[in-house]
Design a protein around this ligand. Structure first.
Ligand code: HH2
Length: 291
């Protein structure tokens, strides 16, 4: 749970670091994968991933999210050995050289990978499967670390095959509430929630979740939003190439901030930092914003 903490607003405790949520935070994505939907292969080599990570830090990322397995629609799982073989050559130098100026997160559903990361001092595990695996909950809880719990309906290989909900906002919220409780019962220290845009959702589902993001704040956990370059933006703006989705990403992020997002998970960190500055200025001291 986030606790009110004087003038700095709520504070997120990640490892030895305290991040104020008085201003929304930017989580920069580092995909050490050959097949991620928007930048697969670009940062697959450790040297390229490291250079990219440092660039995102220079541009103002508060958190770096390192992922070695793609969860794009249609993707299949890889082994924990393969995930670690990709991850560690990037994670270890980053922890050693940049650990002071950033918080690292590892995007994984594997208890073995999470344990290897936590043992090396990573304070946050981001699981697109929302800690369904009790072993993963126990590993994170055992380290008294933090978890980013994202909602996904099904598995990436089939999640976009006709997803249906009666009340998408209510169902996703109830699921996140249940998983957050399970996480806390396993000893997970901090929970961040995320509605999982594009994960087992149609365009209409994604729009409803972003529009109603403020509802998720009732759960008492920081809310993360990941819209960056996603397919729904391409559907709306007519941009089949993920690299052409920057304007759509900026607008969706601005809207999400207006609806109460605490953390934006993005590929384009500089644009997101500027988006936060603009929205904060427009919101003004009374926190007013209306679309
Ligand atoms: N989206 C992706 C991956 N991980 N984690 C959270 N918490 N929220 C998200 O929206 C989210 C996520 C998909 O983006 P990306 O990592 O760029 O792609 P891929 O899964 O193909 O590597």
């Amino acid at each position: 749970m986030i606790a009110p903490h004087g003038d700095a607003g709520p504070i997120l405790h990640l490892g030895g670091k305290f991040l104020s949520l008085a201003r929304p935070l930017i989580m920069g994505v580092v995909n050490i994968t050959p097949d991620s939907f928007s930048d697969g292969g670009r940062f697959f080599e450790p040297a390229a991933a490291l250079q990219h990570a440092r660039r995102l830090l220079d541009k103002g990322a508060d958190i770096l999210d390192l992922g070695a397995e793609s969860a794009r629609p249609g993707s299949a799982r890889i082994t924990a050995e393969e995930e670690l073989r990709r991850l560690l050559p990037v994670l270890e130098p980053l922890l050693e050289k940049e650990g002071g100026r950033t918080v690292l997160s590892v995007d994984t559903s594997s208890p073995e990978v999470a344990e290897a990361a936590l043992r090396r001092g990573v304070p946050l595990i981001n699981d697109v499967r929302g800690l369904r695996d009790p072993d993963l909950r126990d590993v994170i809880g055992g380290f008294k670390a933090a978890a980013l719990i994202m909602h996904m309906r099904g598995e990436p290989d089939t999640m976009q095959d006709d997803p249906r909900y009666g009340d998408v906002v209510g169902e996703v919220k109830a699921h996140l509430a249940r998983q957050a409780e399970r996480a806390a019962a396993s000893g997970v220290r901090e929970v961040i929630i995320d509605p999982g845009i594009g994960f087992g959702k149609t365009l209409a589902h994604n729009l409803a979740l972003i529009r109603n993001l403020s509802d998720f704040r009732d759960l008492g956990h920081p809310v993360c939003l990941g819209v960056s370059r996603k397919a729904f933006i391409g559907e709306i703006t007519g941009a089949p190439d993920a690299r052409d989705r920057l304007e759509g990403t900026i607008v969706a992020n601005a809207f999400g901030l207006g609806a109460g997002a605490d953390i934006l998970r993005v590929h384009d960190v500089q644009a997101a930092v500027r988006t936060v500055k603009m929205v904060e200025a427009l919101r003004g001291p009374e926190g007013k914003i209306s679309f």
